[in-house]
Each structure stands twice: as structure tokens, then as C-alpha cells.
Design a binder for this molecule. Structure first.
Ligand code: PMP
Length: 330
């Protein structure tokens, strides 16, 4: 039977698992390292899942009607996913974007006909960021309360506070991993931004098997802004700290802090190196956060108690999204 899709919305999810067999062999890794390759989504990242879920949730709740503008604040992948799905469904889309986002992302969002506003170009947001030392959550709270509130012509999908974000991972990402591994998965590793991926996927997997270890990855100290280095030389795009390194009020509500068993710090340069290695061993070009998650998974795989275990790692996006950045630039 033929199968012709009528909308990109039909192409979201059902991404493949790939075991990094050559990397395992070359690095003498004594466990199975399997990546879920989220760049198979129609706009090449895990965020297509939440873009579709949040838009369809707003439609169901009657908030989105023709002519209403969808707005969000994003590090990039969600912006691209929302821009594409808004275009396919015929809604205007405006995105408030972090300054350090790569050129490819700006251009992709504009290609879908969406409008971008740099966070620091909004005077109100800039004031909050300056006063709080870059508290992104506080900046978004300001936009939500002062700019979007009570405006019926915009729908703020708010990826860091929208339950549709973790929920779509509970409904799709978790079940896909469970089915494709036929329930044989011991450890799940994901980098954390909004926490949607780890929270929803982790919840599904733990319900199926409470013994599955859930591991969250956050940037190490050299890859985070500090007093001495307000702008670190290298960062892991889309990934944010969520341990006791940051105040509780900065943790997004989309992260379930009870879901993970362990947090592993990874530095950006270590993540980049893994990306470059895997491109050469297995012929797959992944993004920075995928490199961070695989770096962490490699450490976990080397622990004696994990010999022979199966580790599933989220590879959130493609290296093609970072061609102009330090990931390949040095
Ligand atoms: N990797 C990349 C490249 C991302 O853009 C994001 C989302 N910011 C993540 C990982 C983290 O995903 P989540 O927001 O679901 O925690």
C-alpha cells in the first residue's frame, strides 16, 4: 500500500535507534551505546515533537484561531520546529531568541516566514537580564506577565512551563524506545534544557521498569557563565544546569526533579570531541548536546557494574546545525 503524507505534522516522531558499534569497538566500550537519532524529525531535532504538541494543545483549548500569532522564547530548535509547524498550519509566528544562537538557526526561522527578536533587543528583557546576571527564566517570566498576558492576539506556547512538552515525550519518545528495544533498556541518558525530554521519557520508562537508571547531563563549570567568565569560550547549545549549582526558582517547571537518578557534568570541549569522533567512526554528524550525552554515557558504560548493559542516549539534533560554530570551527 502506498503512503503519501499530506503535512509535515505527519512526519514528527518515530525516529530510529542506532547502536554506535564502531565507536564502541574503537573505544573499547564494554556496554551497548545506542542513540535515538532525533534529527530524523522533519525539521531535524527532538523539538519538532513539542512544537507540534504545544500547537495542537493550544488549538484544542480554543486559544489558537486564524490570525492569532504564536510566540515563544527559545534557544533555537524549538523556534525552528514551531516556525515550520506554524507555517504548515497557517499561523504567524514570532520568536524571542537568545543572542548566541547560530546563524543557521536564524536563517532557518526566517525561511519559514517567522519573525525573530533578539532577547537583548527588547529593553525590558535586557534590563531584567542585566539586573539578574542573565536569569533567563526571570526574563521569560517578564515577557509572559508584562508583554503577552491578557493579549488575545498572541498565544505564548512557553516551552519551559507547558505540560504538553514533557507529556509528548511520555506519549511518544518513551514508548518508541520501549518498543524498538523490546523493553531491553537499562540506562537512559539525556541532556537537559527545559527538562521535557528527560521528564516525559523517564516517566514512561520508569513506569515500565522502575530499575531503569535515568541520567541527566548538564554543562560543567567551564562551559557556564561565571563571575570571572560571564561569557564562557565554549558552551553546549540548548543545555542548562539543573543541579544545586543554580537556585531552585531557575529550574523550569517542565523538569521533574524526581525523575533522574544521577546528574553528570560535561564540558563543551569534551562534547565537541565526541561529536567529531563519532562522525569519523560511525558516519553520523550529531549536535553538541548529543556529544555531551554520549560523553556522559561513555563514562557510565565504563563502570564495572554496567558491563554488557544497554544505554539509550538522546541525540537531540544534527551537527549540520552548528557548521558555523566552534564545534567544527577550530
Ligand atoms: N539538546 C538541544 C540541542 C536542545 O535544543 C535542547 C532543548 N533546549 C535539549 C538538548 C534539551 O531538551 P529538553 O528541553 O527537552 O530538556
Amino acid at each position: 500500500m502506498g503512503k503519501i503524507n499530506k503535512s509535515i505534522t505527519e512526519l514528527v516522531g518515530k525516529t530510529p535507534l542506532l547502536e554506535l558499534t564502531n565507536y564502541e569497538a574503537k573505544e573499547n566500550i564494554p556496554a551497548e551505546l545506542i542513540v535515538k537519532v532525533e534529527y530524523f524529525n522533519p525539521n531535524q531535532s527532538v523539538k519538532d515533537r513539542i512544537a507540534l504538541a504545544m500547537i495542537e494543545d493550544a488549538e484544542k483549548r480554543g486559544l489558537l484561531r486564524p490570525g492569532v500569532t504564536i510566540v515563544d522564547t527559545t534557544s533555537g530548535n524549538t523556534g525552528i520546529g514551531l516556525a515550520a509547524i506554524a507555517a504548515a498550519k497557517g499561523y504567524p509566528f514570532r520568536v524571542y531568541i537568545q543572542d548566541q544562537v547560530s546563524e543557521e538557526r536564524f536563517k532557518s526561522i526566517h525561511a519559514f516566514g517567522a519573525e525573530t527578536i533578539k532577547l537583548s533587543d527588547d529593553p525590558g528583557v535586557k534590563k531584567i537580564l542585566d539586573e539578574t546576571g542573565g536569569d533567563f527564566v526571570a526574563a521569560i517570566r517578564y515577557l509572559e506577565n508584562e508583554v503577552f498576558a491578557d493579549n488575545p492576539d498572541v498565544v505564548f506556547v512557553n516551552q519551559i512551563g507547558n505540560p504538553a512538552n514533557p507529556n509528548i515525550h511520555y506519549l511518544t519518545t518513551g514508548p518508541e524506545i520501549w518498543e524498538d528495544t523490546e523493553g531491553k533498556v537499562d540506562i537512559f541518558v539525556s541532556a537537559v534544557g527545559t527538562g521535557g525530554t528527560i521528564s516525559g521519557t523517564g516517566k514512561f520508562l520508569k513506569e515500565k521498569n522502575p530499575d531503569i537508571q535515568i541520567i541527566g547531563v548538564e554543562p560543567g563549570p567551564d562551559s557556564l557563565p561565571s563571575e570571572e567568565h560571564p561569557q564562557p569560550e565554549h558552551e553546549i547549545t540548548g543545555v542548562h544546569p539543573f543541579s544545586e549549582k543554580i537556585p531552585r526558582e531557575m529550574i523550569p517547571p517542565t523538569l521533574d526533579q524526581n525523575i533522574y537518578d544521577e546528574i553528570i557534568d560535561v564540558e563543551a570541549l569534551d562534547a565537541y570531541e565526541v561529536v567529531r569522533k563519532i562522525a569519523k567512526t560511525d558516519g553520523i554528524l550529531l549536535g553538541e548536546s548529543s556529544g555531551a550525552a554520549i560523553y556522559a554515557a561513555t563514562q557510565v558504560a565504563r563502570r564495572p557494574e554496567n558491563k554488557g548493559k544497554r544505554i539509550v542516549v538522546i541525540a537531540a539534533d544534527s551537527g549540520l546545525r552548528y557548521l558555523s560554530t566552534a564545534l567544527f570551527g577550530e
